[in-house]
Design a protein around this ligand. Structure first.
Ligand code: PLP
Length: 389
């Protein structure tokens, strides 16, 4: 018999706060007039502030893949060239989608277990003398590898060459967890979703587009009615904002989540994510002393504050996850786009605090002990020490 709560420590969808669940537990309302419309419009300024933009914000009833397609349908046409900066499974996925939509996809591969190298981006763009590349696709935090990419440095690399491509950034894994300043960093399009840092059940995707991207949309058109930015950005009726029926419960849930975030404050949220991530890294470093457990991302600076991908070497990562989930009430993320037998992931994004992360780390330590795995005990103490600073 199991008592207490089962804890979900996967990197999204994340734990939904009780307040958000209660806010969503409302009967259906009139979607043509009344308070729902006001509540919907109140979301946009908050989302834009979090994205650091005065550009357009588009909201889709969609997961991250939908929002990806929403960015591509408005900016890329068949035969256009795009450059994908690959640092994990998700950049690959976005690039594959662009290819399926007819784009010619080039890639710059991040060095193994590291973030995208801006020097490599600059060198590749220098080769593109006739500026055939129309857009650069990059993921700020790749949920598969656990990497954090330095978007400002990538922008500087583009500027060093004077390359006019659109800079399009996927912040799905880290929106509301780590800083992002779209306008100040010179990002043209940003894509996000509600089910990670925004602590809302999966179902809303967001695209933020600056004037340059909106102008491209206006001049070159959009092949899709559903994903088209224009009726959503400039709706003459509420119905067009969602290209149909509004996602009523999600709107109330997201409103509550954004209120919670405003109460905590953006800087405090980012600091909490940094603190909790440092605890995870401290535990992993301790477990790995003299053994095979280690963070996938080599450089400390490129490790994300939203998710940590852990390599286990000879220790069976699938067994660690099984013991944690089946016997100990914690679900960890499985390795994706990497060897699942020697990789697991801990999500530490959104509604996460010290007891939740210490509980997760303690549970992993217990699982490793029960399995008789070779590791150095005391990771939880190391995490506690990291949390004291
Ligand atoms: C960085 C990143 N991009 C894209 C996606 C795809 O989002 P979804 O699964 O909501 O379609 C994910 C999902 O985990 C993600 O982490």
């Amino acid at each position: 018999m199991q008592t207490g709560r089962h804890f979900l420590a996967i990197p999204g969808p994340t734990v939904i706060p009780d307040r958000v669940m209660r806010a969503m537990n409302v009967p259906m309302v009139n979607i043509y007039e009344g308070p729902l419309i006001e509540t919907t419009h109140s979301l946009f300024p908050d989302l834009k502030a979090l994205a650091g933009t005065t550009g357009e914000a588009i909201m889709y009833i969609a997961n991250g893949h939908g929002a990806w397609e929403g960015t591509l349908a408005n900016t890329i046409h068949s035969g256009d060239e795009v450059l994908v900066l690959e640092s994990g499974r998700f950049a690959v996925g976005w690039g594959n989608m662009a290819a399926q939509m007819g784009a010619v996809v080039h890639t710059v591969l991040a060095p193994p277990r590291r973030g995208v190298d801006p020097g490599m981006v600059e060198a590749r763009l220098r080769e593109d003398t006739n500026h055939a590349i129309r857009a650069i696709l990059v993921v700020q935090v790749d949920t598969a590898t656990g990497v954090w990419n330095d978007i400002e440095a990538i922008r500087r690399a583009m500027d060093a060459v004077g390359h006019p491509a659109l800079l399009m950034v996927d912040c799905i894994a880290c929106f509301g967890c780590v800083p992002f300043n779209m306008d100040a960093w010179g990002v043209d399009v940003m894509v996000a979703a509600c089910q990670k840092g925004l602590m809302t059940p999966p179902g809303l995707g967001f695209v933020f587009a600056n004037d340059k991207a909106m102008t491209i949309r206006r001049e070159r058109g959009c092949s899709s009615a559903y994903w088209d930015w224009l009726p959503r950005a400039e709706p003459d009726m509420y119905y067009k904002l969602f290209c149909g029926t509004a996602p009523v419960q999600h709107i109330y849930g997201l409103r509550e989540a954004l209120d919670m975030m405003a109460e905590e404050g953006k800087d405090a949220i980012f600091a909490r994510h940094a603190r909790i991530a440092s605890a995870v890294r401290a535990a992993v470093a301790h477990w790995g002393q003299g053994g095979s457990i280690e963070c996938n991302i080599v450089e400390e600076v490129a490790r994300s504050n939203a998710v940590t991908t852990i390599l286990t070497g000879d220790i069976d990562a699938q067994a660690v996850r099984r013991v944690c989930e089946d016997d100990l009430n914690v679900t960890l993320g499985l390795g994706i786009g990497m060897d699942a037998d020697s990789t697991f992931r801990i999500g530490h994004m959104g509604h996460v605090n010290e007891p939740m992360i210490l509980g997760t780390l303690g549970t992993i330590e217990l699982a490793l002990t029960k399995m008789g795995a070779p590791f150095t005990k005391g990771g939880v103490e190391a995490a506690v020490a990291a949390l004291q600073v």
